[in-house]
Design a protein around this ligand. Structure first.
Ligand SMILES: C[S@@+](CC[C@H](N)C(=O)[O-])C[C@H]1O[C@@H](n2cnc3c(N)ncnc32)[C@H](O)[C@@H]1O
Length: 247
């Protein structure tokens, strides 16, 4: 069985394996992606934030600690949204099960749309960016991370769940659907080039402010061997972009 993005995380084995890995301090999410997300987020004080593919929404606590005004997370996975709603109990934030392809929010009601490692599950990026633009106030920002195209291009070298020793970059310019073996199951992801992301943002009327390829920082990875391993290939691609308002 090949899962779509949200249903993948509702498979019990996948979910348990993912959570066990995700919560390790040495995970690439914690030691590479998260510090870069915070660099791109900048000052969140007073902001209304929408988080797409929010997962367990633990970042909401840090956003509130830094003064964000409101947080609304959506995620298509039942497992994830259950955890997110628990994590948000007693905070002014909330989360609902919804899909990035269909979500509806009050037009132009957010200052910041955040999305971490969910865009590679989306087939129609142009439609998603239109939807995000519709959610943002003029001057609002989109900050997102996605799996790096070097990773999404091919899964041939990573068929099992053990750490990879080699990577294969292949069919780089044949973008689109990939059936990926991951966490002991199969999931559909969508491969795009860096140029595709950049051009899609421009088409949707965003001004790109930052593009990062997730170069590891030794300050976050004290173990030398792990740092060397993490320095072999880029794992994540991140963008920060602004929608200035109607032309
Ligand atoms: C790799 S997890 C990241 C979770 C969280 N953003 C984080 O960084 O911890 C990807 C998340 O995206 C969600 N997701 C994938 N495709 C989605 C879609 N089409 N609509 C809503 N959520 C989706 C999954 O359910 C999963 O929780």
């Amino acid at each position: 069985m090949v899962y779509s993005g949200p249903t993948f995380y509702d498979d019990r084995t996948v979910f348990n394996t993912y959570m066990a890995r995700r919560q390790q301090e040495t995970s690439a999410n914690e030691s590479i992606e998260k510090p870069l997300i915070w660099q791109l987020l900048g000052d969140v004080n007073g902001l209304d934030i929408l988080d797409l593919g929010c997962g367990e929404a633990t970042i909401a606590h840090e956003l509130f600690a830094k003064g964000c005004r409101s947080y609304y997370g959506i995620d298509g996975s039942d497992n994830m949204i259950t955890l997110a709603q628990k994590a948000l109990e007693g905070t002014p934030g909330n989360a609902e099960r919804d899909f990035m392809e269909f979500f509806e929010v009050e037009p132009h009601s957010y200052d910041l749309v955040l999305s971490r490692l969910a865009f590679h599950y989306i087939e129609d990026l142009d439609a998603l960016l239109q939807r995000i633009r519709g959610a943002l106030r003029p001057g609002g920002r989109l900050v997102f991370s996605t799996e790096h195209p070097v990773i999404t291009s091919s899964n041939l070298a990573g068929k099992d769940t053990a750490p990879r020793h080699d990577w294969i970059v292949d069919r780089y310019f044949q973008t689109g659907r990939r059936e990926i073996s991951w966490l002991g199951s199969e999931v559909i992801k969508y491969h795009r080039t860096i140029e595709d992301f950049f051009m899609a943002l421009q088409r949707a009327g965003f001004r790109v402010e930052h593009l990062r390829e997730s170069k590891p920082d030794p300050a976050h990875i004290p173990d030398k061997r792990l740092f060397e391993r993490r320095s072999r290939v880029p794992l994540f691609l991140l963008f920060a972009a602004t929608w200035e308002g109607p032309a």
